[in-house]
Design a protein around this ligand. Structure first.
Ligand code: SF4
Ligand code: SF4
Ligand code: FES
Length: 259
């Protein structure tokens, strides 16, 4: 086994402010960035705050920015960096810092609560649902999400624009709306909930200009833009310009406007 001393810069601080701190730290074959952060805690910075749970790319809690790129610390091998390269680790930029590498990701939980849940079809009990395999596959892709929020961190709509957070759910939750809207058994419309309209009016679908940055950082390889956001945009537009829908809306609106 070979080892070497790596140069690290790690952001230390809290809500009041902070800055990058320099470290020289041992790295061994096969290690990932999270191993190095743990070694720093064990040897040089016992109070360094970091959030992690599984060290297997499955819990989504060790998200950070490594050399400026949003990544999971436990899935980023040290071997992707040159031995004389300085590795910089900073907290997710889009969310408020609590301390060191730990941020407050509560924004995402607020947005999650704003997406109405699956509406079960009437007259069918669990176990009686039948779906085409391709519909199952579509949902399965979205359900690989580990809620690391790297896509939310990356999206330029909120990354540098705090003011957009109110109106924009972000790629992870627009993907959830898309999943439910494309779900063949979701009975939202029958219950009066128009998911396409809420995607536009309440979750800010129009802010997304399909740059695909969210897709590029997803550690699960979910094709967020191609398979969720673009189809949702197309469905929302189809609905808006479908003459039957237009007529239906007009007829439905008439009694209210005339009364
Ligand atoms: S594709 Fe849309 S949601 Fe994804 S990063 Fe770009 S603007 Fe944000
Ligand atoms: S969609 Fe991908 S990047 Fe976004 S929260 Fe889920 S796993 Fe993370
Ligand atoms: S520690 Fe769970 S994803 Fe990294």
């Amino acid at each position: 086994m070979s080892s070497y001393e790596a140069r690290f810069k790690v952001w230390r601080g809290d809500v009041q402010g902070g800055g990058l701190e320099d470290f020289e730290v041992e790295v061994n074959d096969g290690e990932v960035v999270l191993d190095i952060i743990h070694r720093l805690q064990a040897t040089q910075a016992p109070d360094l705050a970091v959030r992690w749970n599984c060290k297997a790319g499955k819990c989504g809690s060790c998200s950070a920015e490594i050399n400026g790129r949003p990544r999971l610390m436990c899935m980023t091998r040290m071997s992707v960096f040159g031995r004389d390269e300085t590795v910089t680790v900073t907290p997710l930029r889009t969310f408020p810092v609590i301390r060191d590498l730990v941020t407050d990701v509560g924004f995402n939980y607020t947005k999650a609560r704003q997406v109405p849940a699956f509406v079960p079809p009437e007259g069918l009990g669990p176990g009686e649902y039948r779906m085409m395999q391709e519909d199952v596959d579509r949902s399965q892709e979205f359900r690989k999400c580990i809620e690391c929020f790297l896509c939310q961190d990356t999206c330029h709509v909120v990354r540098d624009h705090e003011e957009n957070k109110q109106a924009f759910a972000g790629p992870r939750f627009l993907m959830r709306v898309a999943e439910l809207d494309m779900h063949p058994l979701d009975a939202a419309e029958e219950s009066g909930l128009d998911r396409k309209r809420t995607a536009q009016d309440e979750h800010g679908l129009g802010y997304c200009n399909i740059t695909k940055c969210c897709t590029e950082v997803c550690p699960e390889g979910i094709r967020i833009t191609d398979n969720a956001l673009i189809p949702l945009k197309e469905r929302a537009v189809d609905r808006k310009y479908d003459p039957l829908v237009w007529l239906g809306n007009k007829i439905r609106r008439r009694p209210a406007s005339s009364g």
